[in-house]
Design a protein around this ligand. Structure first.
Ligand SMILES: [Zn+2]
Length: 541
């Protein structure tokens, strides 16, 4: 394992950094960071000893990947970014499939939400890279990720290069070319992806106590897998540390090919590391699998920082997550929290809708309620007459509230009237959390939130035993870490938000963001009496 070496000496303080490196580790909860913090020896050790906000918040209720990534580089709640969920229902969509994936352009012929053309067209606000390019056209805005939606939501629409993992290789957007350097990485990766890895990864000493089989409902177990994966199975490759390692390779290639951070003006590189999330979904986050991943992630980040240091690039790095995570209920229940459980399989829009249709005598085959999952946004069928719509809404709210696992049900018409919350984010009500990820043109007519420690997966299966998405702190709280040579370390345990990241980074590259355009505030990264924030916001610090 590579020990993190001391970073180079302090630069002149007034020099702007030449590269903003914004990293999102998918599903990297504040709890994971706290649990593993003492074990890091690589890149995460550098960040854990720099400027640390251990109580960062993805403050909204819909703690999914797309909404979460949409907050990081825009300074805005999903209510403003328009990214209310990974998928939503648009009954007016001009194609047969009315489900819309957050990072697709549904206007493309022949697409549906699973077979789509990747796009950031749904993102309603500019990213930091886009704002920078508006004032500094020679600056480059680049995004690389294991997931298309992470790269697109952090990069935005105006990107100079973008790469993301898709079925065994790194690809780019329709109409663009994979540059030769990245094509070469794909060629090198192909046999690695295709070959089984019968030996798997070694288990670090610090992970051995976690190597314990936990039976999962409906069969199988987790807790003892060491990534001895089969060949050419996309799900198995994605849910392994290899995905992050190769994603970092692509980012490094882009840095060299485009000379990022090596020109006269600053560049922005957004990096989404997705393996932590796939591993969390597949095996939970308290087993040997996540322990191995934490060690691997730490080393991959250490290699990336060493790569930048070796090129004497002056960079500022920020690391956070799109949401936290919750372990699988079988292990949570075993480990001192017996109330942890899975959602009642009958709690679905289809079941509740069928009961309502029978009660109200709706025509055969009419589905009064539409939804993308067991929680979140429920939509009233737009073919219902106005009066019938009101009846269905009232009946659905009543029936949903009868389920003991349901914590809250909000009527969108009322939620729209709630002011977007400010103030200490840990004290927001459930309604305020839901408001922060509510955008009327895309959100449901009814918003459903479950009780704590109820996992919204009724029937687990390979690759999907645990998840996130709740309005609770295990899913909302994420670390927010900053490092730049010359910036003194400090730790601020009070809550801050991922919407604060963009206004915090913006002054470093000369981007001014008009007041009222975003939801976040600038965090002063100077440990002493000076400030890294614009003068106007110092009074409020
Ligand atoms: Zn995610």
């Amino acid at each position: 394992m590579g020990e993190e070496t001391a970073p180079p000496a302090t630069p002149e303080k007034s020099d702007p950094p030449k590269l903003v490196l914004a990293i999102s580790v998918d599903q990297f909860s504040a709890d994971l960071f706290a649990q593993y913090r003492q074990t890091y020896t690589g890149g995460l050790k550098r960040l854990a000893n720099a400027i640390v906000f251990p109580s960062g918040y993805q403050s909204h209720a819909a703690t999914e990947t797309c909404p979460g990534h949409s907050t990081i580089m825009t300074g805005s709640n999903p209510a403003r970014t328009g990214i209310v969920a990974n998928d939503w229902v648009d009954q007016g969509a001009a194609r047969a499939d009315k489900v819309i994936y957050c990072a697709e352009d549904e206007r493309e012929d022949g697409t549906d939400h699973r077979n789509y053309v990747e796009s950031a067209v749904h993102l309603l606000v500019p990213t930091l890279g886009e704002r920078l390019k508006a004032i500094s056209p020679a600056s480059r805005n680049v995004a690389v990720s294991g997931k298309d939606r992470a790269a697109l939501m952090m990069g935005g629409n105006n990107v100079d290069a973008i790469y993301f993992w898709k079925k065994g290789q790194f690809v780019t957007l329709k109409g663009r070319t994979v540059e030769p350097g990245v094509a070469k990485i794909n060629a090198e990766l192909a046999p690695v992806f295709a070959a089984p890895d019968p030996d798997g990864l070694s288990v670090p000493e610090s992970c051995r106590h976690l190597n314990r089989a936990i039976p999962v409902k409906d069969g199988g177990s987790v807790g003892t897998y060491h990534f001895n994966r089969p060949g050419a199975v996309d799900g198995a490759f994605r849910a392994s540390p290899a995905l992050d390692a190769w994603t970092v390779r692509v980012a490094e290639q882009a840095i060299d090919d485009m000379k990022l951070g090596q020109g006269k003006v600053p560049d922005v590189l957004s990096l989404g590391l997705s393996a932590t999330d796939y591993i969390g979904h597949s095996f939970g986050n308290e087993g040997v699998e996540m322990c191995i991943q934490q060690a691997s992630l730490d080393q991959a980040l250490g290699r990336l920082f060493a790569f930048l240091d070796a090129r004497s690039i002056d960079y500022i790095v920020m690391l956070t997550a799109d949401h936290g995570g919750h372990d699988l209920p079988e292990r949570v229940a075993m480990q001192a929290y017996p109330s942890a459980t899975r959602i009642d399989g009958k709690l679905t829009a289809n079941n509740i809708g069928a009961a309502i249709a029978a009660d109200l005598g709706l025509p055969d085959g009419m589905k009064p309620l539409l939804a993308r999952g067991p929680i979140g946004d429920f939509y009233l069928n737009r073919d219902l007459s106005g009066e019938m719509k009101d009846k269905v809404r009232a009946a659905a709210i009543t029936r949903l509230k009868e389920y003991p696992q349901v914590a809250a049900v909000f009527d969108a018409r009322e939620l729209a009237q709630v002011p977007v919350p400010t103030g200490p984010v840990e004290e927001w009500t459930l309604e305020e959390r839901a408001r922060a990820s509510f955008y009327a043109p895309r959100s449901g007519d009814i918003i459903v939130l479950l009780q704590k420690v109820v996992t919204p997966i009724a029937h687990p299966g390979p690759g999907y035993v645990a998840t996130h998405g709740s309005p609770y702190d295990y899913d909302r709280r994420v670390p927010i870490l900053f490092w730049r040579k010359g910036l003194s370390p400090f730790e601020q345990p009070l809550s801050v938000r991922t919407v604060d990241i963009e206004p915090t980074l913006a002054p470093f590259v000369g981007v001014a963001i008009p007041q009222g355009e975003i939801d976040g505030r600038c965090l002063d990264l100077d440990a002493g009496p000076a400030s890294t924030c614009p003068v106007a916001t110092i009074a409020g610090k």
